[in-house]
Design a protein around this ligand. Structure first.
Ligand code: FAD
Ligand code: FO1
Length: 449
């Protein structure tokens, strides 16, 4: 199966030299169900060029700590083994990714680099440097979204209701099955140095880290097992249970999606073909998995101020400005939020869940972020604190979904205006009383503090 051309963007169209083909793996850290890998593999075979997969590892990625690096490295170890089984080299380099990939391209006189799409600023900068510093052909493949982000829409979408029909219209073309992996003909193997995992783990300071009891098992195989559990039973009742933080009602798949260890397209294909999942549960899950998630990439792709108040819709920016000087009942510093030292046991419990489990329940994330708006001196400080906490502690953080989730909560991105009130203005308000109407708040507090 060849890669649909619409999934590919040419970032550096140059004369194709016969040099090796590199798949510069980053967002989609898997070889199964990965269109970027498929394209690079096929280019190597069609151009009769050597082929290898490259990963450029930086110890400093958007606030990631031990927990995230441990999850990612365990997954990359698995990738190395799966590649070896296909006779393909996994070339891991430690260092600042942009400079490192330039060095690698020069070192092996690469003919083409295939990279996976990621709308985050940091990734665009990496790729801009690669295109500026080399004249290698660079092809970018959207291996994360089912419908390539640039095909879904060429502009910033206002809300789920505006992007939904655009995605659904294109699903028949793009929600296609994946072809099976096949071994690389030996003559196309690019020999690369074997990864020294001890040195690599030391580089990201995880040589000795104990796994917390809430540890989510990392890696592609664990991701597929988690998906199988969802398809088999976990998604039954999803529509009603997913907003109750005391039931294990969500899929739990976001860490695997974030690190690219599991393809959202794989999840969609498997859930859609599961006959025993009730239609309302199936649709509720697919709405989140496809529409909400791909809306986040649309926001980060087309809103250059995606992580500041300038990324808020005009009505929201105006209303937040109008209430900038409203009295706050309490204000807390980053450190007080981080150590769950607010006056609210419920908020503190949500923060504790995130710190202990590495994954806060989706419903609580909305409440958690909105209270940061209420208990900080300005919306700008609120965005900064929410993003820093989210990116430091969430396993699935440092992701377009996180940026968009914070901006939805604090700046009304993709949301509508509500009845005006202090501090929030017309931004949707949430409070403990609302939570108490939805679920057993005391049970949740007891669970996490
Ligand atoms: P499920 O309910 O099982 O959803 C399945 C998948 O659908 C998710 O893995 C995700 O890919 C997608 N999805 C679900 N809800 C959303 C949503 N609101 N927006 C976009 N995609 C969604 N998600 C992250 O992946 N990383 C984050 O850092 C993150 N931070 C958030 C911060 C705030 C303030 C808010 C309000 C939301 C945030 N989200 C984030 C979105 C959502 O809360 C998580 O995707 C979800 O809770 C992940 O758990 P799950 O996979 O078990 O969810
Ligand atoms: N991508 C890389 O290409 N190199 C890295 O060293 C790297 C580290 C990293 C650490 C934590 C984390 O959550 C993500 C990390 N990523 C890295 C990026 C990740 O693969 C995703 O592409 C983005 O975070 C999501 O868009």
């Amino acid at each position: 199966m060849s890669v649909n051309e619409k999934r590919i963007r040419y970032l550096n169209k140059t004369s194709k030299s016969g040099g090796p083909i590199l798949y510069w793996m980053s967002r989609d850290q898997r070889i199964r169900d990965n269109w970027a890998f498929v394209l690079a593999f096929q280019l190597a075979c069609s151009r009769q060029s050597p082929f290898a997969v490259v990963f450029t590892l930086t110890p400093h990625f958007l606030g990631a700590g031990l927990r995230q690096y441990q999850f990612m490295m365990d997954g990359l170890c698995e990738v190395e083994t799966e590649l070896a089984d296909l006779g393909i080299g996994f070339w891991l380099h430690i260092g600042e990714p942009a400079a490192t990939i330039v060095e690698v391209v020069h070192q092996c006189r690469a003919g083409s680099v295939v990279t996976d799409f990621d709308p985050l600023h940091i990734k665009r900068q990496w790729k801009q440097e690669l295109c500026r510093e080399t004249n290698v052909e660079v092809l970018e493949v959207d291996a994360h979204n089912i419908v390539p982000a640039w095909e879904t829409s060429s502009k910033l979408e206002f809300a789920a209701r505006t992007i939904r029909p655009k995605i659904h219209r294109l699903l028949p073309e793009f929600l296609e099955p994946f072809s099976a992996l096949e071994p690389l003909p030996t003559k196309f193997r690019l020999d690369v140095p074997k990864v020294d995992w001890d040195i690599t783990r030391k580089a990201v300071n995880i040589e000795t880290v104990s796994r917390s009891e809430e540890y989510i098992i990392p890696g592609g195989q664990a991701g597929h097992n988690a998906l199988a559990q969802c398809v088999e039973s976990k998604l039954i009742g999803y529509d009603t249970r997913r907003n109750d933080p005391l039931t294990d009602g969500q899929s739990g798949l976001s860490p695997y999606f974030h690190f690219g260890q599991l393809a959202p397209q794989r999840a969609a294909l498997d859930v859609m073909s599961a006959k025993h999942i009730p239609e309302n549960d199936k649709q509720a899950f697919l709405e989140e998995l496809i529409v909400r998630r791909e809306l986040s990439d649309n926001f980060c792709l087309y809103q250059s101020s995606y992580d500041t108040i300038d990324g808020a819709p005009d009505w929201a920016h105006k209303t937040l400005d109008a209430h900038r000087n409203d009295a706050r009942s309490a204000t807390y510093t980053f450190a007080e939020f981080e150590s769950a030292q607010t006056h609210s046991s419920l908020w503190n419990a949500a923060q504790s869940e995130m710190v202990k489990a590495g994954k806060m329940h989706g419903y609580m994330r909305m409440y958690w972020a909105k209270k940061i708006l209420e208990w900080t001196p300005s919306p700008e400080i609120a965005i900064d604190i929410a993003l820093r906490l989210n990116d430091t502690y969430q396993l699935d953080g440092r992701d377009p979904n996180g940026v968009t989730g914070v901006m939805w909560s604090i700046c009304g991105v993709h949301d509508r205006a509500f009845k005006e009130r202090p501090i929030f203005g017309k931004i949707r308000y949430m409070n403990e009383a609302g939570c108490r109407r939805k679920f057993d708040v005391d049970g949740y507090i007891a669970r996490w503090t």
